[in-house]
Each structure stands twice: as structure tokens, then as C-alpha cells.
Design a protein around this ligand. Structure first.
Ligand SMILES: Nc1ncnc2c1ncn2[C@@H]1O[C@H](COP(=O)(O)OP(=O)(O)OP(=O)(O)O)[C@@H](O)[C@H]1O
Ligand SMILES: [Mg+2]
Length: 254
């Protein structure tokens, strides 16, 4: 057997060449990073949980007609995806004040925002992913005005779906980050959701206890990251509680 060709290794995932042209295999690592890699740790079991949580969310989005790159999960750590041309933006949707918005505007963390706010950062590690406006995006040609419209409506649809999904299991969706790409099908091109949606790129607060169930546990040295991610998976019905209680590592429902 030949070794698969490694296309890209990032901080949290590895992309391998897929079995057919136009496909990739996305492998979820256990690495956790924050502050653009300034802080790094390996957290046993994180990749397995993110693979499952992201699979769950992307499958539901596909089912709702929201286009994504996701095809199917292959195993505990890998999923088959459609290769896209990534648009070099991080698209952040905020419902409640937290993180960099709190610092920038001096807001009280947890303040409900007057409406959902979309922000864009230019994906460039060397520049620390600076925040940019729609003007920069269209002027520098990172996306066309039409693409930007599609990206914003996609982001809003994802926010509406995710807010309801998490609300239903007692979790507040504070904010999240997505990536999108261009998918070419014949002579057609459309914008689809790419990368992952997991507690690594969402802020998720328990509605009753206000506990953080996301990567802020790592950023803020709160500990218990895998337990928090497992809690999210359990509430979404991805992990069965009784089964999970018997094991130390994540036990997955087949
Ligand atoms: N369907 C896709 N086709 C092509 N590339 C993709 C697709 N989905 C995600 N990617 C890219 O794969 C990489 C995933 O790796 P990872 O999330 O570990 O990267 P990272 O360290 O966060 O770095 P960065 O996101 O800045 O490139 C990202 O660069 C992401 O943009
Ligand atoms: Mg990433």
C-alpha cells in the first residue's frame, strides 16, 4: 500500500489526498492551540470528539440544504470532504459579547448584542489574522461583492440553525468562526461551508451554570477541556451517557 499524500498540516488538522479527484481526507489531531499557536498542548481525545461533533453539525446543515464540503465520516479521526478553494477569511458571527470584541469595545462579557454581528479576519498567520472590512475584502479581491453576499447569508443561516440546536440542549451559542470555499462543479461555482464546526471554534456557555464548554477552557487554563467537549457531544445525542460513564476515553455510538 502506498502512503497517502499529505496536502497540508495545520494546527488542529491534517489534509490528505482523497480517494477520488476533488476529494480530501480531513484528519482531526489532538493538538490545541491558542493565540495563533503561541500556546500549544496535546489533549487526548479532542480530535475524536471534534470529528464527531463536526460530522453531526455538517450532516444536519447538508440536510437543510445549506451547502458544505462534508461527504461522510470515515473513522474516529477522519472525514471525507470535497476539496474547495478556501477564501482567505475567517467569518465570525457574534450573538453575545465575548473574546476580542469585549477587549476592543470595552463591553461587559456576556452582554447580549443588539443583533447578530458578522466580522471578518484575513487568514494570514504571519499577520495574526487581522480584522478587515467588506471594503478590504472586495478591494483586494479576496471575494467578489456577490460572493460576500453569499458568505453573509450562509453565515446567518448557520447561526440561526446552530443557535436553535444548542438552545435545545441548554447551551447558549455566544459566537463562532467559520471558513468557506469555492466549490467548482463543471462550469458552476458556489460558496460552501468548509473546515469544521466544533467547540474549538464556537463559544458555548451552559445556560444554567454559565460554565464554558469550549476552547476558552484551554485559552484561560480552566482545565477539563475534553470533559466539556464530551458534555457537548452527549447533549447533542452523539455519545450515550451510560456507556460513557464506564470509560475514561470518549466512547462513541456507532
Ligand atoms: N474542503 C476544504 N478544502 C481545502 N482546504 C480546506 C477545506 N476545509 C478546510 N480546509 C483548510 O484546511 C486547513 C485545516 O487545518 P487547520 O484547521 O489545522 O489549519 P490551521 O492551523 O487552523 O491553519 P489555517 O486555518 O490558518 O490555515 C485549513 O487551512 C483550512 O482552511
Ligand atoms: Mg483551523
Amino acid at each position: 500500500m502506498n502512503r497517502r499524500r499529505r496536502i497540508y498540516e495545520g494546527k488542529a488538522k491534517i489534509l490528505f489526498e482523497g480517494p477520488e479527484p476533488g476529494t480530501l481526507v480531513q484528519y482531526f489531531k489532538d493538538d490545541a492551540t491558542a493565540g495563533n499557536g503561541a500556546k500549544h498542548d496535546v489533549i487526548d481525545g479532542k480530535g475524536v470528539l471534534n470529528n464527531r461533533i463536526s460530522e453531526f453539525i455538517f450532516s444536519k446543515l447538508n440536510g437543510l440544504g445549506i451547502p458544505t464540503h462534508f461527504i461522510r465520516r470515515i473513522n474516529m479521526r477522519e472525514q471525507l470532504i470535497k476539496e474547495v478553494e478556501i477564501i482567505p477569511l475567517e467569518i465570525i458571527v457574534r450573538n453575545v459579547a465575548a473574546g476580542s470584541l469585549v477587549k476592543r469595545l470595552g463591553l461587559e462579557p456576556g452582554t447580549q448584542l443588539p443583533r447578530s454581528i458578522i466580522e471578518f479576519c484575513y487568514k494570514d498567520d504571519a499577520l495574526n489574522d487581522p480584522m478587515v472590512s467588506e471594503e478590504h475584502i472586495t478591494a483586494f479581491g479576496w471575494a467578489t461583492p456577490q460572493e460576500l453576499d453569499d458568505i453573509m447569508s450562509l453565515a446567518i443561516r448557520v447561526n440561526d440553525f446552530l443557535s436553535g440546536l444548542f438552545m435545545g440542549v441548554g447551551i447558549q451559542l455566544v459566537d463562532f468562526k467559520i471558513e468557506v470555499g469555492r466549490l467548482y462543479e463543471g462550469d458552476m461555482m458556489r460558496i460552501v461551508l468548509a473546515d469544521e464546526i466544533s467547540p474549538d471554534n464556537c463559544r458555548l456557555w451552559d445556560i444554567k451554570t454559565r460554565n464554558k464548554l469550549d476552547k476558552d477552557r484551554f485559552r484561560e487554563d480552566l482545565g477539563g477541556l475534553v470533559d466539556a467537549y464530551r458534555e457537548v457531544a452527549q447533549r447533542l445525542g452523539i455519545l450515550v451517557e451510560a456507556e460513557n460513564a464506564l470509560t475514561t476515553g470518549p466512547r462513541l455510538v456507532q
